[in-house]
Design a protein around this ligand. Structure first.
Ligand code: CMP
Length: 133
């Protein structure tokens, strides 16, 4: 089933100069890049993007982190894109993420966990509307 997903290389991934390696993983897997750009989130965009987490104790930290530097956002397309991308990204807590996944191979953090990926079709549509409007 061909579908689209969205990922964001977060400020820590850009700062560490691993954007190319991350994009290569998705291309090597067989996904096609449909949209790609670098931007800096505004506070308003971040609050909208993460609105589902508004009541969580880490919401403030999450927003501060995503606006702290440039990010790279991409829409990719291919078979089973949403679930496969989540598998490639790995668990939220990078220190627990499976080796072989992006978080498992590149990080140790939770807030600074290198990459975000849409977790459902509904999230994908909402996230695209925030970052590619
Ligand atoms: P992300 O995939 O961008 O989606 C929501 C983010 O919330 C998640 O990655 C983490 O960066 C962050 N997050 C989740 N749980 C926690 C937590 N317990 N403390 C701080 N940040 C968290």
């Amino acid at each position: 089933m061909t579908e689209q997903s969205l990922f964001i290389v977060k400020p820590d991934g850009v700062e560490r100069k691993i954007v190319g390696q991350i994009i290569s993983r998705f291309e090597n897997k067989g996904f096609r890049i449909v949209k790609l750009k670098m931007l800096t989130f505004t506070k308003e965009m971040a609050e909208e993007f993460y609105s589902i987490h508004k009541s969580k104790p880490f919401f403030g930290e999450l927003v501060s982190f995503i606006i702290s530097g440039r990010v790279v956002v991409a829409v990719i397309e291919g078979n089973n894109a949403i679930a496969t991308t989540r598998l490639m990204v790995g668990s939220t807590k990078s220190f627990e993420a499976q080796p072989g996944s992006i978080r498992g191979d590149f990080g140790l953090g939770i807030t600074d966990n290198i990459i975000h990926a849409s977790d459902s079709k509904e999230s994908f549509e909402k996230e695209v509307s925030v970052v590619f409007k």
